[in-house]
Write a protein of this length. Structure first.
Length: 463
């Protein structure tokens, strides 16, 4: 990781270390807790730059860096070295992609439009606090901003995100070195609505929690603040999301003629139009009468509960949506198999079920007393697997007679049949009956069972 900063921002505030130097030292100490692979390589140059061009050793360090940590301030814009470092990193990243590799530590209250263009869409981490009286911003960790707890909360969020990105890049690099294909499935996404500054810590908390639970959290970039562009970007993200999450407090963003409901109301409008599950929360210690936008508060249900409980509700709701999507995407006429078992404790069918789960096949189970003729008539199974053990030969023979009856009645619509036996040492017993197109195989014959499943899928597709 390369640290790009204006040296004037490395103020000591009367301490032994400068502000940036202290931040880097803490990251060196904390990151190994997440990386699990030793200490990270952090390039931090404490020497004051002169008027000469960026030295070769720094150019090499920034172009080879996996991530770029930018200490974003007004001073950053006036530093020629900072601008050169940013350009060098972006030029090098064009070969592999810069998405997610630039991290902003914001120490000044700057509008996105005031930043260098490549940094305008990044949210970053707010390392300043506003004075309650005159709203003057003070850098967290400085004597003027005594809230040390807030400083370490922001630092913790930063190191978690940094560690996640570094681990991901390390895994990809190792896979390339082994010439192995890296296949990363699309992560299910949750939309976490933008909030006012007083709720940023709570939003960072739930965002980190959801990422740890393997959810993608949108938005991943700061939207253009014009209402039309904002609406377009939010609609795109919400179209990819499972759930809409909104944290509420007494304050709201300013409204305008072209933004009559504020950004909070606009986000909620789009989520409602998309038909997403909406989970909204405010802290139980808050008095709802203190909310400045009562209309926003009343528009949809709000969960007033502990924050940890709300986080569990979010995860559970998202997982329910994943399950629902899988079933919605599944065609009603996809292959459906009945497994009937007459082995002790149904151990035979458990082996079969594990294999069906691996093959992502749909199935139902029945015990040895259930009437397979009625089940097939009622539920339209495309395949039938009969599982039996030693001593159950007569039962298996009777089931095959019922299968013959189904073949005569249903003809082309009759289920494809497979008889599985678990008799050690896996020698096929003589049942005294042999039907056409019925497979007999031992429980551990995965190749033959896979061929049977393919035949069932073909029958389902043709039916």
């Amino acid at each position: 990781m390369f640290v790009s900063y204006a040296h004037v921002d490395n103020q000591t505030y009367g301490q032994d270390q400068g502000w940036v130097e202290q931040l880097v030292g803490l990251l060196r100490e904390l990151l190994p807790q997440n990386l699990q692979r030793g200490r990270p390589d952090i390039w931090f140059d404490s020497r004051l730059p002169g008027s000469e061009p960026v030295p070769v050793h720094i150019r090499e360090a920034v172009t080879q860096a996996a991530t770029l940590l930018v200490i974003l301030s007004k001073n950053y814009f006036s530093s020629e070295w900072c601008q050169a470092e940013l350009e060098l990193f972006l030029d090098a990243a064009n070969q592999t992609g810069a998405d997610g590799r630039i991290f902003l530590v914001r120490v000044d209250d700057l509008e996105p439009s005031q930043r260098p263009k490549p940094l305008q869409g990044l949210i970053g981490y707010e390392f300043f606090i506003r004075d309650e009286d005159d709203q003057t911003p003070y850098v967290l960790g400085s004597p003027m901003a005594p809230n040390r707890k807030l400083y370490f909360r922001r630092l913790d969020a930063l190191r978690r995100e940094l560690a996640g990105q570094l681990l991901q890049m390390k895994e990809i690099e190792e896979a390339k070195e082994k010439q192995a294909a890296v296949s990363v499935p699309d992560q299910p996404a949750i939309f976490l609505a933008e909030v006012t500054p007083d709720l940023e810590d709570a939003r960072d908390n739930i965002r980190s929690h959801l990422k740890q639970m393997d959810f993608r959290v949108l938005p991943e970039t700061l939207y253009d603040r014009s209402p039309v562009a904002y609406q377009t970007a939010a609609a795109d993200d919400l179209a990819r999301s499972l759930v809409f999450i909104q944290l509420l407090g007494p304050y709201v963003t300013p409204k305008a003629p072209d933004l009559p409901k504020g950004y909070e109301g606009l986000q909620l409008d789009i989520a409602e139009a998309k038909g997403l599950p909406i989970l909204r929360w405010y802290h139980p210690d808050l008095d709802s009468a203190s909310f400045r936008d009562q209309e926003l508060l009343q528009r949809a249900d709000v969960m007033v509960m502990g924050f940890e409980e709300f986080k569990r509700e979010v995860v559970n709701t998202a997982r329910e949506q994943i399950t629902k999507q899988k079933w919605d995407e599944q065609k009603i006429d996809d292959a459906f198999i009945l497994v009937q078992d007459n082995t002790p404790k149904q151990n035979g069918s458990k082996v079969i079920q594990d294999f069906l789960d691996q093959q992502r096949m749909f199935y139902d189970t029945a015990n040895h007393e259930e009437n397979i003729e009625v089940l097939v008539d009622t539920y339209g199974f495309h395949g039938l697997i009969i599982v039996y053990d030693h001593g159950q030969g007569q039962w298996a023979k009777q089931q095959l007679r019922t299968c013959r009856k189904l073949m005569l009645q249903k003809r082309q619509r009759a289920p494809i049949i497979c008889v599985v036996y678990t008799v050690p040492p896996h020698e096929e017993p003589n049942l005294g009956i042999r039907l056409p197109q019925v497979r007999h195989l031992p429980v551990d014959d995965r190749i033959s069972l896979a061929a049977f499943l393919s035949e069932v899928q073909a029958r389902a597709a043709a039916s």
